[in-house]
Design a protein around this ligand. Structure first.
Ligand code: 26Q
Length: 818
């Protein structure tokens, strides 16, 4: 007997169909006959929202009235993906929806396809935030996600004739958006600029301008928890007051300018996910959403109180800072407590440090945010004073802990000199209770290198929480075939809320019949993906080849270049006749990647991949043996289609550079094998699935360090390895640029002279592991057995487990009582 625990709403199909009809008529003003799939999408989404309303309101009431501390997840990005299917799943309405829509004469897939994906994030960090709020709700923990409702999400990527990336605006709000509820009556004012004056012994901020932060609320239904949390994204509106002086001078356009500028604050998501540029508007965005969120939390937890006792604030809510982006919240809470509520410094500092915690997502020094003090002073003069004061107190405090003068200097929150800089990561460590990395290795390296001085003196603050992904979206929704097989294998669907139950599949890996069914699921997924890729992109993919994917942001440290060099070497082997037809294991290589618009090397790499794809796919000599595809505009939807169809996943960053990775977890859970370095969460995945079920290659962190210390010269590797040399020479001689030798010259020059991420040094080991990969793939049963063992042992990588770790190690709170 299979035990089904998935929630099922008591509503019938007929009732659901009636609700859709009502919505169509009374809200949208169309008949069923007139309605398009997009109309039905809006009507059905509205109906689902209505169904969640009671649980949403009750969750909020229980949160405010009970004693369970809530979590405020402060994040500049939430990469949510489509909402409808997820909401249906978590609300237990999937069947009713499918049937109702069919009864109304629509294809449910058309209706689902009508949804426009909100892409309010760059990549891993934003998607992690989305997984975490899903898990918080599913575990019944009261929580707010707080962020920004950008009008333009991450750009829509296309490729031009030359294979270059083109960025197009992603104006997702051009379509009706039924999920977000604009709540003008819960707006907050956010001030900027001006000056600070001494008045009656107090510092008083006289801002120059202000904007109105209007919340847009999204319901976050938990799976099988009956709880519905809130994602509150702020949008910037101007106040409707005119600058009368200017107005009277009849300079109307200038009078309206502040209004127009105000609304720019939430206009666009910055598409850089490293080397932040210190842009004024970006700082405005950060302060905008953080200030509004802090005031919102005070409003929610002390309703109607003029003089709340905010010493209890840390018992009401704990704020998690998703990277340094919301760290301006630390001086903001200090300012609110001191200036707005009259607390003294020490009390305010005690409250603040007990409220905040900080998650770091990087190891790259250039990705650690630093703001010019001058810029902060211009936009937030009172905050700059407070930051300097925090700096002074902090330096005093560490002087009591160490006599190492150099160390104390290194730990300054604000640097000295002509153009002082505020180091947001340092401010976050000083102003919060806990700091965590996102995988074991990353947390260790933070302590040993990036934040070593801090860890020496405040070791107790440092901890690890390994990332995770939600099995609801990334297994159940993305891979229904595998979900059914897992449920069949385990005899229950409880794994959806307790992913460690996947362990129960391990014995089935010795059952050849089950492994064959598992292999059939993978094949069916590949066929589905091939059809999807044909429809969406016009690609011709052969599902009987190995599907080998590399999907992630384009970055030098992630080393898409290693993959492309190996691929060119393989192409040359086949072309040169170095391999007999039998030796060639047919492969379909699939890339997905966006580059930051101003990242020259990354954009050139995209162009190279596209041109290698063009040459390889058109070469009759390699027909049927090697194909390369680069579907444009990689996003959550494409991930949901591609991951279940992948045989081999690439996680090949230079060791010590990828903080965690989360794609690696999604692939392992969907039965792909990983080829990867000992980096980020790969280390833990390999530990859990077993070394024999993971294709490891490349230098370790220590070996990288050693080689770097010795002096790394990439040219020697080029000279020593004829296959590598040939691959690079083919790029140089114009094979992939219609004979033009200049197009990719900057890439080649970089590899041969700098190669900062040691692509060339790892080439040998990377190409050597390919024979193991191909040997295994020739015995499908053994391949799929290992893939199944991966699934069985990846339950740890559920974001439910990550959240439980946060609850235990950092937040010290739990589910609401029933
Ligand atoms: C900062 C300032 C100004 C403009 C942009 C930014 C910015 C925006 C996004 C900086 C960084 C990001 C995103 C970083 C990110 O996605 N990091 C990834 O986080 C994942 C979740 O923890 C990890 O798995 C990845 O290893 C890490 O690269």
């Amino acid at each position: 007997m299979t035990e089904i625990t998935a929630p099922k709403s008591p509503i019938t199909t007929a009732e659901f169909a009636d609700e859709i009809r009502e919505q169509l008529k009374y809200t949208q003003g169309v008949t069923v006959e007139q309605a398009t799939p997009a109309d039905v999408y809006v009507a059905a989404s509205t109906a689902v929202r209505r169904h969640l309303m009671d649980s949403w309101m009750k969750t909020q009431q229980d949160m405010v009235n009970g004693n369970t501390k809530a979590v405020g997840y402060l994040s500049a990005e939430f990469l949510m993906g489509k909402q409808l299917r997820n909401a249906l799943l978590n609300a237990g309405l999937t069947e009713q929806f499918d049937e109702a829509v069919e009864q109304l004469g629509f294809d449910y897939q058309d209706v689902v396809d009508a949804e426009y994906e909100p892409a309010l994030g760059n990549g891993g960090l934003g998607r992690l935030a989305a997984c975490f709020i899903d898990s918080l709700a599913s575990l019944g923990v009261p929580a707010f996600g707080y962020g920004i409702q950008y009008q333009y999400g991450i750009f829509k990527q296309s490729f031009n004739e030359q294979g270059q990336q083109i960025e197009n605006p992603e104006y997702w709000l051009a379509n009706e958006e039924p999920w977000g509820h604009v709540d003008y009556n819960r707006s907050q004012r956010v001030d900027f600029g001006g000056y600070v004056a001494d008045e009656d012994g107090k510092r008083v901020w006289h801002p120059a301008t202000c904007v109105r932060a209007v919340p847009v609320d999204y319901m976050v239904p938990g799976y099988a928890s009956g709880r519905v949390n809130t994602l509150r994204l702020w949008t910037a509106k101007s106040y409707d007051e005119f600058d009368l002086l200017t107005f009277n001078r009849s300079d109307y356009l200038n009078a309206v300018r502040p209004q127009v500028d105000a609304e720019n604050i939430s206009k666009i998501l910055y598409p850089e996910d490293s080397t932040p540029q210190g842009k004024r508007l970006r700082l405005q965005q950060q302060y905008f959403f953080v200030s509004a969120s802090i005031h919102d939390a005070i409003r929610v937890f002390y309703p109607g109180q003029d003089k709340p006792d905010l010493t209890t604030f840390p018992d009401k809510i704990t704020f998690q800072l998703n990277d340094t982006h919301p760290v301006i919240g630390i001086p903001e809470l200090m300012r609110v407590l001191i200036d707005e509520y009259g607390y003294d410094w020490d009390t305010a500092w005690d409250i603040t440090t007990r409220t905040f915690n900080y998650t770091c997502h990087t190891l790259l020094p250039e990705a650690l945010e630093v703001w010019p003090a001058n810029l902060i002073g211009e936009l937030l003069p009172r905050h700059l004073e407070i930051i300097y004061q925090i700096n002074d107190h902090f330096l005093n405090e560490i002087a009591g802990k160490t006599r190492d003068k150099a160390k104390i200097e290194r730990m300054r929150i604000v640097t000295e000199g002509d153009d002082p800089q505020v180091r947001m990561a340092y401010l976050a460590v000083a102003g919060g209770s806990h700091v965590n990395g996102v995988a074991e290795l990353h947390s260790q390296l933070l302590k040993d290198i990036t934040l070593k001085d801090f860890s020496d003196l405040y070791g107790e603050k440092f901890t690890n929480v390994t990332n995770g992904v939600t099995p609801r979206r990334f297994i159940k929704l993305a891979n229904p075939r595998l979900s059914d097989l897992i449920t069949e294998g385990l005899g229950t669907d409880k794994w959806l809320s307790d992913l460690e139950l996947l362990k129960g599949l391990e014995p089935l890996a010795q059952d050849d019949e089950f492994v064959k069914k598992f292999a059939e699921v993978k094949h069916a997924n590949k066929v589905s993906f091939a059809n999807y890729a044909k429809r969406q992109y016009g690609f011709d993919m052969n599902p009987d080849t190995m599907f080998n994917s590399m999907i992630k942001r384009l970055h030098e440290y992630k080393r898409q270049s290693l993959k492309i060099l190996a691929l060119i070497a393989r192409y040359a082997d086949i072309k040169n006749g170095n391999m007999s037809a039998d030796d060639v294991m047919p492969r379909t290589v699939i890339f997905g990647a966006k580059s930051a618009p101003g990242y020259y090397m990354a954009k050139l790499t995209i162009q190279l991949i596209n041109n290698v794809a063009r040459v390889v796919n058109n070469d009759p000599d390699v027909k049927g043996k090697l194909n390369v595809f680069f579907p444009w505009n990689y996003n959550v939807r494409l991930a949901q289609h591609l991951i279940p169809a992948t045989d081999l996943d690439e996680q090949i960053s230079q060791a010590g550079k990828e903080a965690s990775g989360t794609g690696n977890m999604k692939f392992a859970l969907n039965g792909a094998l990983t080829v990867g370095t000992l980096d980020g969460a790969n280390v833990e995945i390999r530990e859990r699935v077993g070394a024999e079920n993971f294709f490891l290659f490349g230098m370790t962190v220590d070996e990288v360090e050693e080689l770097y210390a010795k002096g790394y010269g990439p040219a020697a590797y080029y000279e020593a390895n004829p296959r590598l040399k040939q691959a690079i020479d083919m790029i140089s001689n114009g094979t992939f640029s219609n004979g033009d030798r200049n197009t990719f010259a900057p890439l080649v020059a970089d590899w041969l002279t700098k190669d900062y991420f040691m692509t060339l040094a790892d080439f040998d080991s990377y190409t050597a592991i390919q024979s193991d990969i191909e040997a295994l793939y020739r015995t499908p049963l053994e391949w799929h057995r290992k893939a199944l063992i991966n699934v069985a042992n990846s339950g740890y990588f559920s974001s439910d487990r990550s959240i439980e770790d946060y609850l235990e190690r950092i937040w010290h709170t739990g589910p609401l009582a029933d």
